[in-house]
Ligand binder design. Structure first.
Ligand code: GDP
Length: 194
């Protein structure tokens, strides 16, 4: 039950995370993609992940525990234009480090605005995930911004884009219109062995 999620801790990098045991699912995405809103919708808590008004500010990994064995991991948002190259490289290093070395990491939820999917940074994440053999579930957020036909087209286009990656899946989502929350929970259930 994702409503049981509660804040555990924030850490600047992998080395300061809790012991590498149990199962983690990480949420990643460009700043403003709707990651906080999705986490809040999933857990039914309007304040779990703060929906940030200043994109790119949070550079910490936030952990939310479901129980003693299972954690949701909120990775720092990326791709905010004003962030310097150094910070971006740091982000990539940090992300790569986490993906390559964290045994508990079972899968990644990649949140992308349905109107702007597969940005350069999203592709970096997908490549890293492929190299580390971690499955990625893509969530096309803010689906309410498109009409039914355009939504379906966006989903099909994304499915085609991911066709060569057997470990990847994709779904529609809207936090405001509560679209796809059950689909997301079902995917997480698989990874968390629930
Ligand atoms: P984050 O930076 O990825 O955590 O993104 P947020 O969750 O803070 O959302 C960024 C902006 O998009 C905010 O203004 C949200 O209100 C808006 N937003 C998030 N989810 C949705 C959605 O499903 N539909 C619409 N229309 N707007 C959304």
């Amino acid at each position: 039950d994702y409503r049981q999620a509660h804040f555990q801790l924030s850490a600047p990098n992998r080395h300061l995370l809790p012991p590498d045991k149990g199962i983690e699912v990480a949420f990643s995405g460009r700043s403003n993609a709707g990651k906080s809103s999705a986490l809040n919708a999933l857990t039914g808590q309007s304040n779990l992940a703060r929906t940030s008004k200043t994109p790119g500010r949070t550079q910490l990994i936030n952990l939310f525990a479901l129980d003693d064995e299972r954690r949701l991991v909120d990775l720092p948002g990326y791709g905010y234009a004003k962030v310097s190259h150094t910070l971006r490289d740091d982000w990539q290093q940090n992300l790569a480090d986490y993906l390559f070395h964290r045994q508990a990491l079972k899968g990644i939820v990649l949140l992308m605005d349905i109107r702007h999917p597969f940005t350069e940074h999203d592709e970096v994440l997908l490549d890293l995930a492929e190299k580390t053999k971690k499955p990625v579930h893509c969530v096309l957020t803010k689906a309410d911004k498109l009409k039914f036909g355009a939504r379906k087209t966006a989903l099909l286009t994304a499915q085609k884009q991911l066709a060569g990656k057997p470990e990847c899946s994709v779904q529609l989502f809207s936090a405001t219109e509560k679209i796809g929350i059950e689909d997301l929970a079902a995917k997480l259930d698989q990874w968390f062995l629930l």
